[in-house]
Design a protein around this ligand. Sequence first.
Ligand SMILES: O=C(O)c1ccccc1NCC(=O)[C@H](O)[C@H](O)COP(=O)(O)O
Length: 222
Amino acid sequence: MKPDIKICGLKTPDAVDRALKRGATHIGFIFFEKSPRYIEPDLAAKLAEPARGKAKIVAVVVDPTNDELDEIVSLLKPDMLQLHGNESPEHVLTIKAVYGLPVMKALPVRTADDLKRVEAYIGIADRFLFDAKPPKGSELPGGNGVSFDWSLLAWLDGSVDYMLSGGLNKDNVADALFITKAPGIDASSGVETAPGVKSVAKIDEFFDAVEKANAPVMASGS
Ligand SMILES: O=C(O)c1ccccc1NCC(=O)[C@H](O)[C@H](O)COP(=O)(O)O
């Protein structure tokens, strides 16, 4: 089945346009000031306009304060919040109750033990985003362009809805899908020419690779 596809860290109209034209189901905006993909909420709101009703608009936040969320939600009017910090299950519940929005909870993964944290969020998070643990020294909880051992996801109960993330690009996405059968995938650095600089050509190549990976295998004729 065709996975949901999220292109994250968008900052320009041409990248938003290309992601939508190629069939992105989710587009993400980063509200973490240290990130090269950081965008002001009012600019994100303008960029997101063409996506309304076509793709889910995702606000990516890290251990957000109420003031931060108030501003982002009122300006951007996202379809979903991606919580990419150390938000506890209780904090996720509170955020959902206050804003009435579905939450995708990001969890960093390096070992099988890391996936044990899923349990605490079942019935609370609407979806998970499994991302690689940031490399030592990185100030970014996401967008590091590194992958984790995808075979770890084989341990998951099939009822866990998630997006696979972390270092996905045109060269590895077919393998990632083959190994995990992920219901959703997310890419950021893999469709950039430099940190924070999205490339329409790379967005195209990424979607081409996903389409190729999903194309039915034709039986060889006569
Ligand atoms: O992308 C960022 O700069 C970022 C900063 C702070 C929190 C989250 C961030 N990204 C969240 C995403 O959903 C990314 O797409 C995900 O981490 C994968 O990134 P990449 O490995 O570069 O494809």
